[in-house]
Write a protein that binds this ligand. Sequence first.
Ligand code: 13P
Length: 251
Amino acid sequence: MRRKVIAGNWKMNNDLSQSKDLITKLINGLSGQQIHCDVIICPPFTSLSEAATLVKDTTVKLGAQNMYFEENGAFTGEISASMLKSAGCEYVILGHSERRTIFGESDELINKKIKKALQSGLKPIFCVGETLQEREAEITSKIIERQVVEGLKEISATDLNNIILAYEPVWAIGTGKTATPAQAEEVHLFIRNLIAKIYTKNAAEKLVIQYGGSVKADNAAELLSQKDIDGALVGGACLKADSFMAIIKSV
Ligand code: 13P
């Protein structure tokens, strides 16, 4: 039985004092509650150290939204895996569609980042997803297959244990247009079967695959009840403690 994982991707939102406020509300709201899933928050870099202090000794885990694959050096503006580790992160989101489209990240670059994160003891939340154009051209599975195969190139089955996969159809991100539970389940099952082909059936059964794209309190339960949907990667709805907690409680 896979344990569900609810992660909040804050994206480029919340300065330090807003971050402290949101995390404090979340921790207070969750304390003493029966939580049936893992909870991860991914604030911006500038809030990570403070966030690490606040979530220490709570059930909330910490992740970052991106990193670079080099250890250190002349890479102005970039952040390394060991910097994230030392700031207290356990997870890092990699391959998000906003990184792929706005910042031109390739499958090859994402693969390098995933490898470096794993070597450094960070757990990647590896995102894949098709655009509306690709869905309409009926090449969703081809696109997902390419992203999964290239992203996981030369990654061992042992390392796969430390990866969370997130299926985020680009057309559902920030649009209010959620994939139907059936549409999402179809792709999740496709991904799990693909992982079984690349690795083993056992590895595929163990892999946590989150859905992301306009997940809200009122659609989370139905999405999460699908056999191959093991959690959610939440954008907009994680920016308010109440709506994020409602999603957590729907598990
Ligand atoms: P929204 O929940 O705002 O659609 O964002 C989803 C997402 O991109 C999470 O990584």
